[in-house]
Design a protein around this ligand. Structure first.
Ligand code: PXG
Length: 276
């Protein structure tokens, strides 16, 4: 990569994180559509069609001999000069990394995470579009730093109105005392996670009531269950928020059921890497 690449100099680019489970890439079409939509938003021409990108993504996993993988696709503006002008960057850079990822230790999936709410707020959607999966993740990094400074592994983010929106790189769900599953609606300013949408579908199939509705710290604190979702995080329980115990302080039954259902679904669905 050139040191003059505007992805490196200015965060001028977009990315995706996708997983392969059991030799199948999970929701590949959805991830690529989101990548191309983010690129379109920033007027970045990806020099491959979605179909070609699909093929090279599969090839990257194959060449690394992986069946379970985390794939990072990065498209940046490419090398230019030291000025901001994207017109001076004639050729976008495309990188596909097929590797593994583990952002939380296995025991956190069994015992649940302790989290805090961050002082850092979500940048307002009218100034910085949260659906744009750009290479500018500094706000998310600040959130992660706050978590580390508080001695926990993850932090939740509020928007400037005080509504809970997401984690540093994941979406949030709570179960209220009526047994309903609540998650913030996209219009509040969240990245509409592909894992989030899959969990909503699975939960509805299981007969749960799912509501996309705004909620504040109060609903968080009095929630019966809480969990986070993301491609990297998968589905992970939360058992304490700002030192308030969630439910019984252990991963709840709805969370455990959805973790299992998500795992089973991910094992069986996706684009085959090595042929069926
Ligand atoms: N919100 C944000 C801000 C994200 O970046 C998600 C939600 C979950 O979306 P998906 O589609 O993956 O269910 C993301 C994705 C990390 C890490 O190390 C996380 C993401 C990207 C890169 C790294 O936690 N998040």
């Amino acid at each position: 990569m050139s040191v003059f690449d505007h992805g490196f100099l200015y965060g001028d680019g977009v990315f995706e994180g996708t997983r392969a489970y059991n030799g199948r890439i999970f929701k590949l079409q959805e991830h690529l559509e989101r990548l191309y939509e983010s690129a379109h938003h920033i007027l970045l021409d990806i020099p491959l069609s979605i179909e070609e990108m699909k093929e090279v993504t599969l090839e990257a996993v194959r060449r690394n001999n992986l069946r379970d993988s985390y794939i990072r696709t990065v498209v940046s503006r490419g090398p230019g000069d030291l000025g901001l002008d994207p017109a001076k960057c004639p050729r976008a850079s495309v990188v596909i990394i097929a590797d593994k990822i583990s952002i939380f230790p296995q025991e956190c999936y069994e015992r649940g995470l302790e989290v805090i709410t961050a002082v850092t707020r979500q940048r307002p959607a009218d100034t910085f579009e949260p659906r744009l999966k750009s290479l500018n993740y500094l706000n998310n990094i600040l959130v992660k730093l706050e978590a580390a400074h508080a001695g926990v592994m993850e932090a939740l983010v509020l928007n400037t109105q005080g509504y809970v929106v997401e984690g540093s790189g994941c979406n949030i769900f709570i179960v209220n005392k009526k047994g309903e599953l609540l998650t913030p609606p996209p219009y509040l300013g969240i990245l509409e996670g592909i894992t989030r949408n899959t969990v909503i579908d699975i939960a509805r199939q299981e007969g749960l009531t799912v509501r996309e509705t705004p909620f504040t710290r109060h609903e968080l604190y009095i929630s019966r269950e809480c969990f986070l979702t993301g491609t990297a995080a998968e589905v992970i329980p939360v058992v304490s928020i700002d030192r308030r115990t969630v439910g019984d302080g252990v991963p709840g039954p709805i969370t455990r059921e959805l973790m299992k259902k998500f795992h089973d679904y991910a094992q069986e669905n996706g684009t085959p890497v090595y042929g069926d």
